[in-house]
Design a protein. Sequence first.
Length: 135
Amino acid sequence: MDNIADLINKYGFPIVSAAGMGYFIYFVWKWVTTVIKPVIGSANGTLIALIDRIRMLDNDLIRLNQKVEVVLQLRGKTIDKERIIAEQEINIDPFKKKREEEAAKKAAEDAAKPIGGPKGRKATAQEIKDAAGDD
């Protein structure tokens, strides 16, 4: 303590306090460069890695959202198609199918009837076209 009092008596308080402040600044600068700067550097590396991961996750989310939209859009089309088919089935005349079956059966019976002639054989579709002269 005598040393500081002697310095103040010899140089004055402003000079001694300026020298003390200079030492304090040097001590803080040394502490920051040796202790804090390496920690900030490693934290900066970790921060960059986390930002890259966030970007990757963001890209994944964008792709997943696009896939979900496509699936929902396609599923919506499928649902609409199923709805239209169901409506058509509901709106079909219940006797239409029976009439179609009867018409097909009658056509088959008509085709099985003999055309005539001595042998009573059936004419093929090609023979009928040839006889009609249609090309």
